[in-house]
Write a protein that binds this ligand. Structure first.
Ligand code: HEC
Length: 170
């Protein structure tokens, strides 16, 4: 069983991963700002509303992101981080806000989650029972998870101009 699973993994790298793993320990918006924004604008704002229309499918999107990272961006990405940056581009393509969990830290008293999101979106941490408002400054957010908050089934939600994106926390 184990061997089979491993073989399957080797044969189908990444193609099946649609959402970024959480937390990523990679900050895609910082990366974009450093390596891509001088040509494509802050948070990809110069891509324009037609962005993605000329790209055949998801593979084509991943492919151009990879080429750009290795070429003009001059900052090659690991397969995991390529997938995360591609996921950011999916949000741009689909006209949706973006959100990602970059770090989870345990302090003495509580769990602190932080990450990145599309500027000016409304961020909340939700678990079906409780909703916690999350502070977003620029493209950085962080939240101290309340001690009794059930994090197991929690998700983070970003809303902007009526569009939303949700990512699981764990
Ligand atoms: C020196 C300028 C420059 C830098 C830096 C740069 N790009 Fe590009 N990018 C271009 C140009 C020019 C094109 C259009 C021509 C092409 O497709 O090769 C493009 C095209 C793209 C496209 C396709 C756009 C569309 O409308 O289909 C994506 C996606 C993209 N770049 C992502 C990135 C990412 C991600 C980075 C950072 C790792 C990056 N680029 C860095 C110049 C740049």
């Amino acid at each position: 069983m184990k061997v089979l699973a491993l073989a399957a993994l080797t044969l189908a790298p990444l193609a099946v991963i649609q959402a970024a793993p959480k937390p990523t320990n990679f900050a895609p918006l910082d990366y974009f700002e450093e390596n891509c924004a001088r040509c494509h604008g802050p948070n990809g704002s110069f891509y324009g509303t037609e962005f993605g229309k000329g790209l055949k499918d998801d593979d084509a999107l991943r492919h151009i992101v990879k080429e750009m990272a290795e070429g003009p961006g001059n900052a090659p990405l690991s397969p995991e981080n390529l997938e995360i940056l591609t996921d950011f581009h999916r949000s741009l393509r689909d006209g949706k806000p973006y959100i990602v969990v970059v770090e989870a830290r345990k302090s003495e008293k509580c769990l602190i989650l932080s990450g990145e999101a599309t500027p000016d979106s409304q961020i909340t941490l939700e678990n079906g029972k409780e909703v916690v408002a999350v502070k977003l400054e620029g493209h950085k957010w962080s939240v101290a998870v309340p001690p009794n908050f059930d994090i197991e089934k929690a998700s983070l939600r970003a809303v902007k101009e009526g569009k939303e994106k949700r990512v699981p926390v764990s």
